[in-house]
Design a protein around this ligand. Structure first.
Ligand SMILES: O=c1ccn([C@@H]2O[C@H](COP(=O)(O)O)[C@@H](O)[C@H]2O)c(=O)[nH]1
Length: 238
């Protein structure tokens, strides 16, 4: 995964819609995120097609199950040749360690995808976390706790809001990766994302990768939107 480029969330319902979108970018090699919707529809064949086309792929399936099941699933994902996979940190340290073991056992030709864990979803608000999850305190503390557990389990980094990237770096290490969705072009959200930042601010706050979906995929001119975000991201990249 090239850190200089945003990861585009390829949230489309069909292979045809995803290919039509990718055709707009001609032969440019992209960082792509394949999530549940597209994966459940198209499966591993389409993921492999994206790799063969020269793209880097983050397969965002957010595994969350008992350790044995996650380990077996990760063994299979390791053989897909993708560049990044993930679990939910709330599955616990043992589950995350099992995920890592599965990837190591399944790795082909020493190619091991980066393994990261979701802390608190970027759609989750402070109130929602306190009231629904019954986790008391500040959401940043919960994110930091999950990041510390993820580091303890030996994973490569976490998914968090860019708002929390610098805090996580301080609590873990500079090498511990922060992959940050919740990217919007203004500081106000008008959709389901609640903990958001602009690409420029995300770079300033220490995000290693930004994940951007609708601001690109639903833009009137997706290539123009991508180029704008790329420029803003790279302007402040350390
Ligand atoms: O905490 C999380 C974890 C994953 N995501 C995923 O990232 C993209 C964001 O897309 P937008 O359209 O830019 O909101 C999407 O695929 C999510 O599933 C996240 O947003 N937050």
């Amino acid at each position: 995964m090239n850190k200089q480029k945003p990861i585009i969330a390829l949230d489309f319902a069909t292979k045809e819609a995803a290919i039509a979108f990718l055709n707009l970018f001609k032969n440019e090699s992209l960082n792509l995120k394949v999530g549940m919707e597209l994966f459940y529809k198209t499966g591993m064949d389409f993921v492999q097609y994206l790799k063969e086309e020269g793209h880097s792929v983050f397969l965002d399936l957010k595994l969350h199950d008992i350790p044995n099941t996650v380990k077996s699933a990760m063994k299979v994902l390791a053989q897909s040749g993708v560049d990044m996979v993930n679990v939910h940190a709330s599955g616990g340290v043992k589950m995350m360690q099992a995920a890592k073991e599965g990837l190591e056992e399944g790795a082909l030709n020493n190619h091991k995808p980066l393994l990261i864990a979701v802390t608190q979803l970027t759609s989750t608000s402070q109130t929602q976390m306190n009231e629904e999850q019954q986790i008391l305190g500040a959401i940043q503390d919960s994110v930091q706790n999950y990041a510390t557990l993820t580091q303890k389990a030996g994973l490569d980094g976490v998914v968090c809001s860019p708002l929390e990237a610098s805090l996580i770096k301080e609590a873990t290490s500079n090498k511990f990766l922060t992959i940050t969705p919740g990217i919007r072009l203004t500081s106000k959200s008008n959709d389901d994302q609640t903990r958001i930042m602009t690409p420029r601010d995300a770079a300033k706050n220490g995000s290693d990768y930004i994940v951007v979906g609708r601001p690109i995929t639903q833009a009137l001119d997706p290539v123009e939107a991508y180029q704008y975000i790329l420029k803003e991201w790279q302007a402040e990249l350390k």
